[in-house]
Design a binder for this molecule. Structure first.
Ligand code: SF4
Ligand code: SF4
Length: 330
């Protein structure tokens, strides 16, 4: 079914913010591959919050950050954490460049084909938990190899690394485009390991979409607009792990006051635009604080396109944990 997607001010601002983050990532990726275009950049992996998660096993073992990561990853993870604790899933709805790309691909898909595919409800009910399995496998493999094991399979990295070294990298980019055109936010719904973490932390987020049962007419406009397939009209508080705080449901609701964004304090509510602006400000406030305190250190390290970090544990995806320990001791 083709759902109507009226353009509203929050939606326009959200698109502009997403464009900004996609542009920033593209610039960082290009700066790394073509040092002449900037100051000679760190690998794109240094700016991904998930790099900090993958580095944790190595850090806990006293091996330091794995190759291509640094304290910058921790700072970005802290910024993501602050946004999520305050504004639930807003990182995914407003800031994540890969989320933005998927939104645009599905908009193109709807326009070109007049529809998008929907995974059948019974399959969706199971598949929506698959990103936990992806997260578990990555954490396990990161612990085993003490390296960025997921990097070769990560479509975000394949896109923004701007160096398509393998057939797999091409496949990931083509797959991202095709799936993005066909199914709305498929990566976020079913596979994204970072989205799983945001979903977990977001459950404890302060601001949420809340429904006033006495004002709600059960028209279902909110549910049919939700890109994450959340049954908003049946919930009092949307604390679903998949909510991205995109605010589309609030936008779609025809009854003033039936759906609001609030912390739950009676009489208090936030405009959708305020959620996005707060997310951007909070995110960059934490990054700026980390930077100012001298805690921003990016990793180095694609062999051949940048410098190797002298202190990093250099392991390949094939390397075993035991091998990494031996390499470190040598
Ligand atoms: S689920 Fe993953 S890809 Fe989607 S918006 Fe969130 S972090 Fe980005
Ligand atoms: S439409 Fe509403 S419930 Fe669905 S993801 Fe966006 S904010 Fe969350």
């Amino acid at each position: 079914m083709l759902r109507s997607r009226a353009t509203s001010l929050p939606k326009i601002v959200r698109t502009v913010v997403q464009l900004g983050f996609v542009g920033l990532m593209a610039w960082l990726g290009l700066r790394h591959q073509f040092p002449g275009t900037g100051a000679g950049g760190a690998p794109i992996d240094s700016f991904c919050p998930f790099g900090a998660v993958e580095s944790l096993p190595s850090l806990m073992d006293g091996f330091g950050f794995i190759r291509k990561t640094g304290t910058s990853n921790l700072v970005v993870l802290a910024a993501l954490g602050a946004v999520t604790v305050g504004l639930s899933g807003a990182f995914c709805g407003w800031l994540c460049p890969f989320g933005g790309l998927q939104d645009w691909l599905s908009a193109i898909g709807r326009r070109v084909f007049g529809m998008q595919l929907r995974v059948p409800e019974r399959v969706h009910a199971y598949l929506r938990h698959a990103r936990w399995v992806v997260l578990g496998v990555i954490v396990l493999m990161s612990w085993r190899v003490l390296g960025l094991w997921f990097a070769d399979y990560d479509p975000f990295r394949a896109l923004f690394h701007f160096k398509f070294e393998s057939t797999l990298a091409y496949g990931l980019v083509i797959g991202t485009v095709l799936v993005g055109l066909a199914v709305e936010r498929a990566w976020c719904l079913y596979l994204c390991p970072l989205g799983a973490l945001v979903g977990l932390l977001g459950k404890f987020g302060l601001v949420k979409v809340r429904r006033a049962e006495d004002a709600c007419t059960d028209c279902g406009a909110c549910t049919s607009r939700c890109p994450m397939r959340i049954p908003v009209e049946r919930l009092d508080v949307v604390s679903d792990q998949h909510c991205t705080m995109c605010t589309d449901c609030v936008d779609a609701c025809p009854k003033p006051g039936a759906l609001v964004l609030s912390t739950g304090v009676k009489g208090e509510s936030l405009r959708p635009l305020a959620v996005g602006i707060a997310a951007v400000l909070l995110f960059f406030a934490i990054i700026g604080t980390g930077w100012t305190l001298g805690f921003w250190q990016t990793g180095r390290g694609c062999a051949g396109c940048s410098l190797e970090s002298p202190t990093a544990v250099v392991v390949s995806p094939q390397t075993t944990r035991a091998g990494a320990v031996v390499a470190r001791l040598e």
